[in-house]
Write a protein that binds this ligand. Structure first.
Ligand code: CP
Ligand code: NVA
Length: 297
């Protein structure tokens, strides 16, 4: 009934979602299977979005459902109505909800108070749908994540890095986070994660050594705009040709987008790997259709 984090997932769930996503991708437009027929879903976002909003709107419609987009600023939530009241109202009217917001607690509260299927479309803590798309892209490009070295360069304590660390724990691949010291995940998170296959370092070149996958993300996540002192820490952490010279010859580069060229990734590197990066963006649609179909089973 809910897909709120990779932390709360497990290897079996991740693998079956990815199998279904691959099948849905290959049969797109040729199947009459509409598991959301007769349903109306709400998409409630209090942060900006291009990929997530469009892929969920298209995905819900392709699965036979109706969809309404509710901007946090336009509904009473933006004027202070509690999430638990919003949830109890919508839970009586719509069949499921996709939520993008700041606090993980808000998606959890929405899920429990509404009683309807709820999907986390990004919080400050996790971005689980993005990680599914990234894993599908690795499967498509490299065949498997087994035995691969996957590296995250950037803000090691952000939603992407945290979701990736849980995926690495459950799926068992080597995962290295390279970030400035103050942007590595704190010790209590690492203790809680308890994953010997996850390493944290501050040296991006050492992290990139023999890497199969280099993954990056914005240095300042939504809500952190204007934190110039934080941004200044990342000068040595750009994904560019120099950094990629340390990788395995068949490496791929992932970026969840939007990208800030000249900051976390160079223009040349993004364009050289555009084929993979935009395939990764497209995969949002396929993995989220798998999540939607699975939640209403
Ligand atoms: N990657 C991602 O979530 O993109 P949007 O912010 O455009 O939805
Ligand atoms: N870490 C980024 C991801 C954007 C898709 C953010 O939260 O803004």
């Amino acid at each position: 009934m809910k897909f709120l984090s990779i932390e709360e997932s497990n290897s079996q769930e991740l693998e079956s979602l990815l199998d279904l996503a691959a099948e849905m991708k290959s049969t797109r437009g040729t199947t009459s299977n509409q598991p959301l027929a007769g349903q109306t879903w709400a998409i409630i976002f209090t942060k900006a979005s291009t990929r997530t909003r469009v892929s969920f709107e298209v995905g819900i419609r392709e699965l036979g459902g109706n969809v309404m987009f509710l901007s946090g600023n336009d509904i009473q939530l933006g004027r202070g109505e509690p999430i638990k009241d919003t949830a109890r109202v919508l839970g009586r009217m719509v069949h499921g909800a996709v939520i993008r917001t700041f606090d993980q607690e808000d998606v959890e509260d929405f899920s429990s108070y509404s009683g309807i299927p709820t999907i986390n479309a990004l919080t400050d803590k996790e971005h689980p749908c993005q990680i599914l798309a990234d894993l599908l892209t690795i499967q498509e490009k490299l065949g498997t994540w087994e035995g691969k070295k996957v590296v995250f360069i950037g803000d090691g304590n952000n939603n992407m890095s945290r979701s990736w660390m849980w995926a690495a724990k459950y799926l068992g691949f080597e995962f290295v986070v390279a970030a400035p010291k103050s942007c590595l995940p704190p010790q209590d998170f690492i203790d809680h994660l308890d994953a010997p296959n996850v390493a944290l370092i501050t040296d991006p070149a050492a992290a990139a050594k023999n890497a199969d996958v280099i993954n990056t993300d914005v240095w300042l996540s939504m809500g952190q705009e204007g934190q110039d002192e934080k941004e200044a820490l990342f000068g040595d952490y750009q994904v560019n040709d120099d950094l990629l010279s340390h990788c395995s010859p068949n490496h791929i580069v992932l970026h969840c987008l939007p990208a800030y060229r000249g900051k976390e990734i160079s223009e040349e590197t993004l364009e050289a790997h555009a084929n993979t990066i935009f395939q990764q963006a497209e995969n949002r649609l396929h993995v989220q259709k798998a999540v939607l179909a699975t939640l209403v089973e």
